[in-house]
Every structure is written in C-alpha cells, then in structure tokens.
Design a protein around this ligand. Sequence first.
Ligand SMILES: Cc1ncc(COP(=O)(O)O)c(C=O)c1O
Length: 415
Amino acid sequence: MSSGDYFEFYLPSKDWGNVEATAVQGNTITFADGSEALCGISGLWNASLGYGNRAVAEAINEANLNAATLPIFRRGSAYSREAATRLLDFALPHEYASVFYATSGSSALDAVVKLSRQFHDIAGNPKRRRIISFTGSYHGVTMGAMAVTGSYLFQDVYQVDQRLHIKIPYDDQGALDVVMKRFGSEVAAIIMEPVLGSGTLPVPADIVDAVYAYRESEGFLIVADEVATGFHRTGPKFASHHWTQPDVLVLSKALTNGTCAASALLLGHRVVDALDQAQQVFWHGETQAGSPQSCAAIVATLDEIERQGIATSAARVGGKLEGFVSGLESLSPRVKAFGRGSFRAVQLFDEEGEVIGTDKVFELVGECRRRGAIVQPSPGALQFVPALNYPDAELDMLFGRIQGVVADYLGGKLA
Ligand SMILES: Cc1ncc(COP(=O)(O)O)c(C=O)c1O
C-alpha cells in the first residue's frame, strides 16, 4: 500500500525543516522523526487556549452524540442559539444585533462582500459596490476573499475579479482621501484587519478615525476582520474594541480554539434592520455552518476563556512577548519589532540593510524548528503567536531557542 501524499496548502516543497507532526501535548509538538518542538504560533493562530483543550473536546463530543447533524437551516438549533447569545454577550460593550455563521474565515469574507453589496442594494444604492481593503492584508483564499486580500496570491492567474476592489496602504491617510474623493459614492464597505496579520502591523488610530469620519458622510459599512486578532490575541477581547463599533465583526480561528471549521459574522443593527425590513434572503447558507458541534465548541471556548482567566494571562503572555521582541531588537539595528499583545513579529535585515528574502525566512523558520521552536514565516520576518495561557517557564524556553537562531543569524553563523 502506498502512503497517501497530499499538498501542504500551496507550498510545493517540504524542505524547510518540516517533518510531519504526529501528536501534540500541551505546547509540545512531536514529529515523525521523534523530535519535539514548542509551538510559538498556536496551531495556525487558532489554538489560543493551547492544544487539546479537554472541555472543548468534550463539548464537541456531546454535540456529536446528541445533536449531530441538526442543520441550522430553517429552524436553527438550541446549540446555534446558545452560541449566538454567548457571542453577542462576549462582544459587549459593542452591541451587535445578530450572528451569522459560516465555515471558515475565507467564506466569512465572501459573505462580507456579498452582504455589503446587498445592504446598499436594499437601500436603493446599487452603485455602491466597491470594496476597499489594505495593501498587504490577508483575508483568505476563496474568490471573494482573495479579491479583498491585499497580498499577492496569484489573483491574476486565478482570474480573481478585482475590478471593484481598491487596496490602499494601511497607514496612508492621503491615499484614503484620494480614493474617497474619486470613488466615495461607490464604496460599499471598508474592510480592516485591526492588526495586519501579514506583518503584525497595527492600523494607526488616525487612519481608523478617518475611515469612521468618511462612514459618517458616505454611509458605507465598516468591517473588522478579526479572524486572527479576536479573543484576546492583541489584548482586549477584540482589537476593534478600541474603535467605534464596526458594522460587521468577522471571527474564526480562536472562535472554537481551532477545533472546528467555523466562522461567524457579528452583524450590527444597521445591517440586520436593513435585511429585516426588506425581508430579503441573504444567500450564503452553507450546509455545515452553525453545526451543533461548532456551536458547542464556541460555547465551551468562551467558558474556558472565562474559567482560565484568559484576559489576565493574555496580558502576561503579551507582556513577556513584548519584552522578548524588544530584547531581540536591542541585539542589533538589523532587527525591527512589530505587533501588539500576543501577536508580534521581528523583521530582519541582512548586512546590506535589505529586508531578508523569503528563502532566508524559511531557512530561519526551519532552523528554529530544528532547535525546538515553531515560529511563523511572514514577509521578511519571524512571527510569534503563542497560546494565551502559555506557562512562563515554557515561554522562556521557547524564546531562548528563537533568540539563539536570531543571534546566530546576526553573528554570521547562519548567513
Ligand atoms: C485576518 C484573516 N482573515 C481571513 C482569514 C482566512 O481564514 P481561513 O483560513 O479560515 O479561511 C485569515 C486566515 O489566516 C486571516 O488571518
């Protein structure tokens, strides 16, 4: 029997120090060659409570045995209602009106594009179809999500239709002003990651303020894509809690502690009222959306966030991570730290002062892995997204391993 081969998403090669993982306990991943590493990226930024949370697993199991596969269609289920109630409570002081379930961050972003256009169509403004997002942003891999993504993901090759999509730098008020002057009356929505995941780059407060000021005059929707930043990743429950309330909040990843293919849109009153008044269907019903298992996982995750005091421990982990990246920065002017809370990165420069290229990033990621630390590659940088309940001693061990790699790179040993 031949062993099953498969694609590791879109990466054709598997030689960046990667060996298949076989198991995980706590924060320690075991690989097929018997080696182990501490995870510094919470799975794929989704297992924010660490791997293998028992309460979440048991809740899913209970739903599996007692309620699977009740669909959300037409009736909903007690599971989908409870998860919605709990999410709306968790989002306070922002008061969202309703929850819409989908099955991934990407699908949720597709929903956002459709919903924004439908909202304005209902309001009698069908010309409001343009979507603005940030250069360098990441919103997913489906056709709609790719269209709003501001990083290059072969959109041209895949013929992703971006004609109504505008990307602006996340920190350039002038660009926003130019676009609004030219296209203001055609904008359906502005989608912002509060901290751009591709480099852990926080959107400056004055840009956020300017977007809100334009919403006042233009009436487009503001969408916070918190797929990565939600559930205390950057400190507060949601990074957009620093903002005036967005019209739509997009959640996934830590929503179920990474256990289910699930996402949710929290919809503001403005959006829900429009749909209600028009009595229109919003055509984005997915078979698995709002499944009893994923909703049970959402409720159990929220319970665990409270039970484990994640608000406090996230502040502890975020503080230690901040100290760690500042320490790396102090090693050399060739290191620059970015990020917020437990969502940070260090960009590295070569001896000529150029940001390191993709090959070097992957080489360093591989070296970290060989020395027992899993870090995330990002443009010119190593990224750190640890579980929000990481014990201090393990965190020190993780940081020590990464620091060794960075110091060796700076010292020319890995040049
Ligand atoms: C901000 C943001 N939006 C959307 C997505 C897409 O989510 P998914 O991979 O679940 O489709 C991601 C995934 O990394 C993300 O970070």
